[in-house]
Design a protein around this ligand. Structure first.
Ligand SMILES: NC(=O)c1ccc[n+]([C@@H]2O[C@H](COP(=O)([O-])OP(=O)(O)OC[C@H]3O[C@@H](n4cnc5c(N)ncnc54)[C@H](O)[C@@H]3O)[C@@H](O)[C@H]2O)c1
Length: 484
């Protein structure tokens, strides 16, 4: 069995820098076992830097990009702001560093061309840290798909439905954004098509196909409390329909709804698979009513080690493939071209929805002619002004600075109170009798916080009645209102 010191057949260590110490620090868990020594960390945020120093006391920690790039790190785990990934990755490559970039890879197809060419020019390793293909079930499916168990890929439905309202107002560690009149630099406005890799990535990896054409209709219904009012932002659903390179179809669903879910279904010409609530079920035999049974993917020793890390083992594998390519030269699944295929499908889906659902191609940037056709394509979603948008000015007077704390507290207390209130409406029919008692206790505990948050919200609304901030607060307050 592999041990922490014997995953790779070399004692060589890789000096790693981490840019962005929220997700970046979280992802660094398996580094030690995968021949990485973390030697530098970069973040503007002092709390994140303090967390990093507690974890890696001997490493350089800085808020200065030049100092970070001038450090001894030879590879960078890039977990900076999503819309900046292309520019940030290119900065690292040009400073001679290999790059493992968090998802997604870029915001425009012009950025993609620049990134592809920077990777080619420097000859350095670039991979995207798309981790959802590496759950035990998805890795097992990829193996069996290659062995031909499922036949030709016909259709797939994978989804990443994740309601993250509070992350518009807090950092990933739960701390309110400061100054408190600002919102998160991208989670406050990004359309979910730009976060498409956790659902499309696994299908590409399992079936070894690439997206070729994509279409998407614009929905207009969204959840309350989001910074962008309609389904344009992170509070709506963003499904796209994609034709893959073998002629199979994919429904790729992202978004925020009242039901976080990761249902994953694949249909081949010989058999099909579905993953629901952590179970993997197959139907094998090649006909519609063929026998159906759950399977439990067995894990090898590396898989066992991976399963103890974040995202069902996915976090281990993205670091593993990155280290493997640096140490042994073996390419990882998400090289710059595959990362571009996956990310561009989201950009084109968003563009399709702005054009009433017209089908759009997903250019293949391996082909120089297609690259040239998109070299100046800077189309992208317009960014919300995260600094001055909420209050209509960059430096609003007090109490605007209380806004992000008020939103965090209001959302948490409202969720607790509404869960009990809404479940009470079906109390007589609930299968889990103990659940209602637990929800009641949580709701009662949250009542004082709700009262305080409401008071704060009303104060802010009165002070800035005609702003986005007031509109957002009113929408959440309405949720918490028990009604007549
Ligand atoms: N694969 C996954 O499961 C997963 C999970 C969470 C986040 N992510 C990705 O990780 C990335 C980071 O996400 P996050 O949740 O940590 O939130 P985030 O985008 O708020 O974090 C970015 C961090 O980078 C720092 N930063 C950005 N540019 C900087 C610069 N030039 N100099 C210094 N510091 C800088 C910011 O201060 C911030 O702490 C995002 O791209 C996100 O998509 C992936």
């Amino acid at each position: 069995m592999s041990t922490a010191s014997s995953i790779f057949d070399t004692p060589r260590r890789i000096k790693l820098g981490i840019w962005g110490l929220g997700r970046g620090l979280h992802l660094s868990g398996p580094c030690e076992a995968l021949n990485f020594d973390v030697v530098a960390g970069l973040d503007f945020n002092p709390t994140m830097r303090a967390d990093f120093t507690r974890r890696f006391p001997k490493a350089l920690v800085t808020d200065d990009l030049e100092a970070f790039l001038g450090s001894e790190c030879e590879a960078v785990l890039l977990a900076s702001f999503l819309p900046n990934h292309a520019d940030d990755a290119i900065r690292c490559l040009e400073a001679g560093k290999h790059v493992l970039s968090e998802v997604t890879a870029f915001m425009t197809i012009a950025d993609a061309v620049r990134l592809v060419e920077a990777v080619e020019r420097t000859g350095l390793v670039y991979q995207m840290a798309e981790n959802y293909p590496y759950s035990a079930a998805n890795m097992w499916l990829a193996r069996k798909w290659r062995e031909g168990l499922f036949g030709d890929f016909m259709y797939g439905e994978y989804e990443y439905v994740h309601e993250v309202l509070s992350l518009a107002f807090t950092h990933i560690n739960g701390e309110p954004i400061t100054p408190g009149h600002r919102v998160h630099s991208w989670r406050s406005w990004l359309n979910f098509h730009y976060y498409n890799t956790h659902s499309l990535g696994p299908i590409m990896q399992i079936t070894r196909t690439r997206p070729e054409v994509v279409t998407s209709l614009p929905g207009t219904v969204s959840l309350p409390g989001y910074v962008i009012r309609n389904a344009e932002g992170m509070g709506g659903v963003s499904p796209s329909l994609i034709r893959m390179s073998n002629g199979g179809l994919v429904r790729n669903l992202m978004g925020a709804t009242t039901n976080d879910s990761h249902i994953q279904r694949l249909w081949g010409t010989r058999g099909s698979a579905e993953q629901v609530e952590g179970r993997l079920l197959l139907r094998l035999g090649g006909y519609g009513s063929a026998p159906k049974c759950e399977v439990k993917p067995s894990l090898d020793s590396l898989g066992e080690m991976a399963s103890k890390t974040g995202h069902g083992g996915g976090d281990f594998w993205v670091l593993y493939y990155f280290a493997r390519q640096i140490l042994e030269g073996a390419p990882g699944p998400f090289d710059v071209y595959t990362s571009a295929d996956c990310t561009i499908a989201g950009i084109q889906a968003y563009r399709s929805q702005t054009q009433g659902g017209v089908p759009l191609p997903v250019p293949d940037l391996r082909d120089p002619a297609q690259r040239d056709a998109y070299r100046t394509d800077t189309f992208r979603q317009h960014a919300y002004d995260a600094e001055a948008g909420l209050f209509g000015m960059a430096d609003p007077p007090p109490p605007a600075g209380r806004f992000t704390t008020a939103m965090r507290d209001l959302i948490a207390a409202t969720n607790a109170v509404c869960a009990y209130r809404h479940w009470s409406q079906v109390a007589a029919d609930m299968a889990d009798e103990a659940l209602l008692a637990r929800l009641k206790a949580d709701a009662e505990a949250a009542e004082p916080a709700l009262a305080a948050a409401k008071h704060e919200a009303e104060r802010l609304i009165a002070a800035f009645p005609a702003t986005d901030a007031a509109r957002i607060l009113r929408e959440v307050l309405e949720r918490s209102d028990p009604g007549p």
